[in-house]
Ligand binder design. Structure first.
Ligand SMILES: [Zn+2]
Length: 241
């Protein structure tokens, strides 16, 4: 018995009401400056955070963990304005995931909306936000949508002049976002092209070409990361045409 016996979990501090039957295996505290949490979930809600004394929230099991992420991001955006678009970018990523549960066309629509937001945001702030298709790629890939993953990566690459990039200043520091961007692309491309299904996609030759080019230009920064071995594997295979 206990928390799974049909007891309704409470509405969270960020305004998400879990449906009847939702379960939690821990608790988490989102109060300003606290951010702690632990397992297991308490037998009774509401619960007070032992560290700050504020109200703690359930740490939901899936699928409610995913479901609650959108309301949590919206609350963060309302609370702090999100001047850098960090949470808004994540919210678009979340909406893509929720849409993909319904259908691939719905997910494509979410991609279009995310890219339109990014374009508006970049123009208004004079910045260059990360391409949301990287996150979406992994979500699609991890859920078995190989063709959609290929579409996302192919789309990202088609708008990226990767041959014009200076890769010499990329080092092994994980803090560098340039490193993250380009090694991230090599990682996506080599992961995708390991499967025969992906190698038959219309975007495969362009993805293969980009992985070879960017991988060759960034190998000095790969260290012993798994991406290095995946890239070496790819280089041993014949080029896709
Ligand atoms: Zn707390």
């Amino acid at each position: 018995m206990g928390w799974f016996s049909g007891k309704q979990l409470p509405t969270t501090s960020y305004g998400y009401t879990p449906p009847p039957g939702a379960t939690a295996s821990g608790w988490v505290c989102y109060n300003d400056g606290c951010g702690t949490g632990d397992m297991p979930a308490p037998k009774r809600w509401p619960m007070q955070c032992p560290l700050c004394g504020g109200p703690a929230d359930p740490e939901f099991d899936q699928p409610w963990r995913d479901e609650s992420e959108g309301p949590r991001l919206r609350a963060l955006i309302a609370h702090d304005g999100d001047a850098y678009g960090i949470y808004t970018g994540s919210l678009y990523g979340w909406q893509f995931g929720q849409a993909l549960r319904k259908s691939v066309p719905a997910a494509r629509q979410a991609v279009t909306e995310a890219l339109a937001w990014r374009q508006r945001f970049n123009a208004a702030k004079g910045v260059e936000r990360d391409d949301p298709r990287s996150l979406m790629f992994w979500y699609a890939w991890n859920n078995g949508h190989v063709a959609l993953a290929g579409e996302l990566l192919g789309g990202l690459l088609s708008e990226l002049d990767y041959e014009a990039v200076d890769y010499t200043d990329i080092d092994e520091s994980w803090a560098s976002s340039k490193r993250g961007t380009y090694l991230g692309i090599v990682n996506m491309a080599t992961t995708l092209l390991e499967t025969p299904e992906a190698r038959a996609l219309p975007q495969a030759p362009a993805i293969d070409r980009a992985a070879r080019y960017i991988g060759s230009a960034t190998q000095h920064a790969m260290g012993v990361a798994p991406v290095k071995y995946q890239w070496q594997e790819l280089m041993r295979r014949p080029e896709l045409r």
